[in-house]
Design a protein around this ligand. Structure first.
Ligand code: HEM
Length: 466
């Protein structure tokens, strides 16, 4: 029996090779792990043998994807706390530093690395000299420690740091701190519900979503295992030992600039009263509470936030602008460049968390001047099976490309949130189903890359065998 990568996996009925795979896979790949409190430790190794011994001992503190899924169902049944998440990723340089590069994973972008000039050109990234100091040198590994409380997360983080040999150096540490709105849904620093739309790899998760939407999936969130899992070629048995490519990007958010841009857009478009909220929704594609703009003119979403929509009823973008962040990064079949089945292959499993302290309440209605202009942002994290076709494609060919989506006679412009490059002149109109015509220019860039790297998150079997 082999693992069928062409479809979703029912984990509750998995047996044979599929069960072995889940028992050796890291958590947080197939399904998000709680990480409201997160420490991301970026390491460089000085001694191969010591680094190997360190990773073997860290593996003793890790759980499998199977153990995580069991914890989630036990929590649903009886409540109670789960155990912390510990994840380990290696860069291509990291495999070499360990002397473990013989059969290492061969994704082209992974081998190139995020710091390579070629990567920078493709993604239009800022120069490495502008990154935070810890990201200017060669990174070998990342250790992620996540949990629901600061106390349990920090305790596990300290245990791991105690294991670190003197020959290894912590280049950087990021501390993620999740934030929620009044309904308890996770938000990012601009104030919008985030992490809602995901490719779902587990049959049980796809079924749960169907039940949320009366069984009618206008947008089908299901994605095949092959969109996130790759055989771990360096592991003892790549037939059952799998891993995933992991993107990390520290994205600083200038909240003050973004909130000012929302207000300016509302002014230029002549939006008044409650309708001013629509300016931000036109930038993101959803209102702050997550309501999709293409289905509703005001906020006031159902709970849970809807993800059951496409742009089929809004081909001309009279409701949700073409350049809205979620329309650029998932056109849901309306990108105009590819067959919808191929277009879906670009989606990745996003696992980000916000970072940074701020004096203001992100949910409060205060003037832009009271918002932070730096020091806060998103630790963007995502799992991919082919970096060049998922993360890199999304950033370079969709977000940074003013010509996407492809529409006759229209240049939609850059993704207003994450687009890197010349902003151009394309703008917004206030149409919502064909009302008044007023246009406004693009919004200024308020997200800046401060550092990042590509990793492979190997199987537990590989780490144990080091
Ligand atoms: C600070 C940076 C970012 C912010 C503030 C941000 C914000 C958001 C928000 C509010 C949503 C809507 C929630 C949802 O549908 O899940 C969203 C969705 C999404 N974002 Fe971002 N994002 C950021 C960076 C990125 C990056 C770097 C990428 C990829 C290159 C990305 C790709 C996506 C995708 C694929 C979706 C889901 C779209 C869909 O399926 O409808 N985001 N983002």
């Amino acid at each position: 029996m082999t693992i069928d990568l062409s479809t979703t996996l029912s984990w509750t009925t998995a047996s044979g090779d599929a069960a072995t795979m889940l028992g050796e896979l890291q958590p947080n790949i197939l399904k998000a792990h709680v990480r409201d409190h997160l420490s991301a430790l970026f390491l460089t190794f000085g001694d191969a043998a010591e680094a190997r011994a360190f990773l073997v001992s860290v593996t003793g503190k890790m759980k499998s994807a199977k153990a995580h899924l069991d914890e989630v169902s036990a929590f649903k049944a009886e409540g109670g706390a789960g155990t912390p998440y510990v994840g380990v990723g290696l860069t291509a340089a990291g495999y070499r530093a360990l002397g473990a590069d013989g059969n290492m994973p061969q994704d082209e972008a992974f081998l190139r690395g995020m710091a390579a000039p070629d990567t920078r050109r493709r993604l239009n990234d800022p120069p490495r000299s502008t990154f935070d100091p810890g990201y200017r040198g060669e990174i070998h590994a990342v250790v992620l420690v996540g949990d629901a409380t600061d106390k349990t997360m920090t305790a596990r983080r300290n245990e791991i740091l105690d294991l670190l040999p003197d020959s290894a150096v912590v280049l950087a540490e990021e501390t993620g701190l999740g934030r929620v709105n009044a309904r308890g849904e996770g938000i990012e620093h601009f104030g919008y519900v985030d992490g809602r739309s995901q490719p779902l790899f587990l049959t049980e998760d796809v079924d749960a979503e169907k039940n949320n939407t009366d069984g009618i999936n206008v947008w089908n969130p299901a994605a095949p295992l092959g969109q996130v899992l790759v055989p771990d070629t360096a592991a003892p048995d790549p037939g059952v030992h799998f891993g995933s490519y992991f993107v990390f990007r520290k994205l600083e958010q200038n909240v003050r600039r973004f909130k000012q841009a929302e207000a300016d857009l509302a002014d230029t478009l002549g939006l008044t009263g409650e309708d001013r909220e629509r300016a931000g929704a036109m930038i993101i594609g959803r209102f702050e509470d997550g309501t999709p703009l293409t289905t509703q003119r005001e906020d006031g979403a159902e709970s849970p936030v809807s993800n059951n929509f496409t742009y089929d009823g809004d081909r001309a973008a009279l409701k949700c602008p073409f350049q809205a962040h979620i329309r650029k990064t998932n056109p849901r079949g309306a990108g105009g460049a590819e067959d919808p089945a191929d277009e879906r292959r670009h989606l990745m499993a996003r696992r980000g968390v916000t970072y940074g302290e701020r004096p203001d309440d992100p949910n409060a209605d205060v003037p832009p001047a009271a918002r932070p202009s730096g020091g806060v942002g998103l630790l963007f994290m995502a799992f991919n099976s082919v970096l060049g076709n998922q993360f890199e494609f999304t950033q370079a060919v969709w977000a940074n490309n003013p010509g996407f989506p492809i529409v006759d006679g229209v240049t939609p412009g850059l993704d207003p949130v994450i687009g890197q490059g010349e902003r151009g002149s394309s703008g917004y109109t206030v149409d919502w189903g064909g009302s008044a015509q007023r246009t406004a220019g693009p919004v200024p860039q308020s997200v800046t890359l401060r550092g990042g790297e590509y990793f492979f998150m190997p199987s537990l079997a590989f780490l144990r065998s080091l």
